[in-house]
Design a binder for this molecule. Structure first.
Ligand SMILES: NC(=O)c1ccc[n+]([C@@H]2O[C@H](COP(=O)([O-])OP(=O)(O)OC[C@H]3O[C@@H](n4cnc5c(N)ncnc54)[C@H](O)[C@@H]3O)[C@@H](O)[C@H]2O)c1
Length: 204
């Protein structure tokens, strides 16, 4: 990575896992890193690791729940006041999921998944994008799981379809031809012979 020295970056979910690795790498490049995580202790450990690895990079641990827009704007403000600069780079890394069969999921689960994985990056991006727009400079990097594209294990369209078959409903809202083609691929009965009224699209 080149040209990052002296930049500022916020990494969400940097209190552990991939986010911590990203924070450490950015810090090694001379970036002032904002270690944002709901887990304050984890964020503190990341800061210690950054400082132990490279005293030049400054890390700022911020306890921040990205699902809370007010907390996000306050945390970004605190980071920018501490560094005395705007945010050059935002890495939306924090994410959460628990693979389980769709039919076993509940409203609270859907709300948690969307609050963290969808609204979290929305809140963060909105909070930093205004400064980026004013400075006409900035980068936003979104880390996502393939689960966001094809569904988690046990919640994939195909699996949902098979669950639906057991429960006598069908998923699929694409063009009829495509849906038939896809059902053929998985040796399911033709969708037009039964109630094919599900609103969830099967993803490949
Ligand atoms: N680990 C994998 O195999 C894998 C694969 C594909 C994609 N990803 C994606 O990479 C990202 C990081 O994954 P990971 O495996 O390092 O996860 P992880 O669970 O180790 O770390 C996620 C971090 O996000 C934090 N977090 C959770 N909810 C938060 C909230 N509301 N506000 C602020 N912080 C919050 C957690 O405290 C944790 O420190 C996620 O977006 C995940 O979807 C991971």
């Amino acid at each position: 990575m080149r040209g990052l020295k002296g930049k500022t970056a916020i990494v969400t979910g940097a209190g552990s896992g991939i986010g911590r690795a990203i924070a450490l790498r950015l810090a090694a490049e001379g970036v002032t890193v904002g270690v944002f995580d709901i887990n304050e202790a984890g964020a503190g450990e990341t800061v210690k690791a950054i400082e132990a690895a490279d005293g030049k990079a400054v890390a700022v641990a911020v306890a921040c729940d990205i699902t809370d827009y007010g907390a996000v704007t306050a945390a970004v403000k605190r980071f920018e006041e501490t560094t005395g600069a705007g945010t050059d780079i935002l890495v939306n890394n924090a994410g959460w999921d628990t693979p389980m069969p769709f039919l076993k999921t509940e409203e609270a689960f859907w709300k948690k998944v969307t609050a963290i994985n969808w609204f979290g990056p929305l809140h963060m991006t909105h909070a930093v994008a205004q400064g980026m727009a004013a400075r006409k400079s900035g980068r936003v990097v979104n880390i996502a799981s393939d689960a966001g594209r094809v569904g988690s294990t046990h919640r994939r369209g195909r699996v949902l379809g098979l669950q639906g078959r057991d429960h006598r409903f069908r998923e699929g809202a694409g063009a009829r031809g495509g849906a038939q083609q896809r059902h053929r691929e998985h040796r399911l009965p033709r969708p037009d012979r039964h109630a094919g009224h599900g609103c969830l699209r099967r993803h490949r």
